[in-house]
Design a protein around this ligand. Sequence first.
Ligand code: MN3
Length: 204
Amino acid sequence: MPYPFKLPELGYSYQALEPHIDAQTMEIHHQKHHGAYVNNLNAALEKYPYLHGVEVEVLLRHLAALPAEIQAAVRNNGGGHLNHSLFWRLLTPGGAKEPVGELKKAIDEQFGGFQALKEKLTQAAMGRFGSGWAWLVKDPFGKLHVLSTPNQDNPVMEGFTPIVGIDVWEHAYYLKYQNRRADYLQAIWNVLNWGVAEEFFKKA
Ligand code: MN3
């Protein structure tokens, strides 16, 4: 959905991911952090009606073509909006707790199994200095990659399609885990919905 962008409903309660991700973190993360990205993105685009029909993925793929004065705002807030919209979907309660279907097959073939993928994703997430994201992505030629991005950059900016994204900004875990990013990353596997990841993989 293009401009005006709206904060999507989670589709589940803020408590739903307890005890792995606490309700207060979810509420602040969704309403305040994601809410601010949406408001700031809309504010940046307000003066540019010719961009009002454009989806956020397309804006992010073509940042260099945007008016110079809004490139940074669209990168940070458009990225923030897209990243979190994907993240809430991937955390939807229920679903498979490990890879299924076509995605499982690709992970087994390309990484040697789920355990090996988990280790790679955890490494990418631990290795991201400061704020950013760890990702499982698909390239345009059908291959999977694990990578990390700084700040709110999304892999679509580099031509990849996101399959799984893990938010490693401190706001995603600090209230419950404080500085212990590793503990948050251990807990995240309990709440990732691999059925949704499989949908993203098949659409890519
Ligand atoms: Mn976040």
